[in-house]
Design a protein around this ligand. Structure first.
Ligand code: SF4
Length: 357
């Protein structure tokens, strides 16, 4: 589809004007020029809403005002500040990148697009954001907000998550970029998508693009952007045993490629469907504990991740004399020290509710 040049010029001009006159969105990292802080905000904001990410940004910049300070931190402290944000791969990559820049690049953040995109955990969107905000380089950001604004304004019904759609939206975004001030342009389109052209109930009457917006004129707002794939969400059933021994609790650090990598958890028995106490006690992982007592169900919780729904059930079970060989995969931690460890959100909620924190 060929888009008329006049419509493209209108788009860029209106967007920049709006940014300088009516864009009131306040966020602490806006107008920031330190690439470390921009990078930090962008990593936090991947898959996280700005309001939710805000306290994390403030906590991180307070604890680690420079990339060298973050690089020198111990893993557990960084994970604890990250706790609750989810997608822990981001935290792991963030720490690895901070150490790489500190050790290999003498603490200096790369100042070219190629150098930035080569860093661990940085994709095209984050690279364009850092390159434009920190250095004024001409790279357009393309994320969910941008897909939505462009699809609606230009009336594009090519799925934004297909190969052809990605190519089309990226090249259109790059063409529309206001190269004299790429930072202002990128900030403007992100803010317009977040505050005016929102997924539901966009504020078309306050939109600077309304006059030439195809979706508005043709009543297609609810239909755009089009997505080809429906998100498949998998249900998982986690049966957690809160194993107690006097004033200690057994915890284990998750490893492997699964969710919550590097976070701690209680003794987990995962099942492919919901099970009750009797069935639970017949499972090999339960029998491996070699204990006689009956677990007591405390409560169930649900946590929604992007691709998974985690149904957790928490049981308590007191262990008189723990057999070291049975529990060698984890450690017994005093209740007063639990707060020093990083846990997934579900377990934090459980521990808080049951006064272990
Ligand atoms: S007029 Fe409405 S649909 Fe069109 S870009 Fe503006 S907010 Fe989005």
């Amino acid at each position: 589809m060929e888009t008329p040049n006049a419509q493209k010029r209108f788009f860029t001009k209106q967007l920049i004007n709006w940014h300088h006159t009516d864009n009131n969105r306040q966020l602490p990292w806006k107008s920031e020029k330190d690439p470390y802080k921009i990078w930090l905000s962008e990593i936090i904001l991947q898959q996280t809403r700005a309001q939710q990410g805000l306290p994390y940004y403030l906590n991180f910049t307070k604890a680690y005002p420079t990339i060298r300070k973050m690089a020198a931190a111990n893993d557990e402290d960084v994970y604890r500040i990250w706790q609750g944000l989810g997608y822990y791969n981001r935290c792991r990559n963030m720490l690895a990148t901070a150490r790489y820049i500190s050790n290999e690049l003498n603490g200096k953040f790369p100042d070219t697009h190629e150098g930035i995109i080569a860093l661990k955990g940085i994709g095209p969107y984050t690279a364009a954001a850092i390159a434009s905000f920190a250095y004024g380089l001409p790279h357009a950001v393309v994320d969910g907000n941008v897909y939505r604004v462009l699809a609606r304004f230009f009336g594009i019904d090519t799925p934004s998550d297909g190969t052809a759609g990605k190519k089309l939206f990226h090249s259109l975004a790059q063409e529309l970029l206001y190269k004299e001030d790429s930072a202002a342009y990128n900030q403007a389109i992100m803010d317009l998508g977040a505050t005016v052209c929102t997924p539901q109930k966009p504020l078309c009457d306050s939109c600077p693009l309304q006059k030439q917006c195809i979706a508005y004129k043709q009543d297609m707002i609810a239909l755009l952007p089009v997505r080809a794939k429906k998100l498949k969400v998998k249900d998982r059933h986690f049966n957690y045993l809160l194993l107690t021994n006097e004033d200690r609790i057994w915890v284990h650090k998750r490893e492997g490629k699964d969710i919550w990598h590097n976070l701690h958890e209680l003794y987990l028995i995962e099942t492919d469907k919901p099970v009750g106490i009797v069935e639970l006690q017949k499972i090999a992982a339960y029998k491996a504990l070699a204990i006689n007592g009956k677990p007591t169900l405390i409560e169930g919780m649900k946590q929604q991740l992007t691709h998974q729904t985690i149904h957790s059930k928490f049981y308590s079970l007191a262990i008189g004399k723990p057999d070291a060989a049975v529990f060698e995969d984890g450690k017994w931690v005093y209740i007063k020290d639990l707060k020093k460890l990083a846990f997934p959100k579900t377990i934090v909620s459980f521990l808080e509710k049951n006064f272990y924190f």
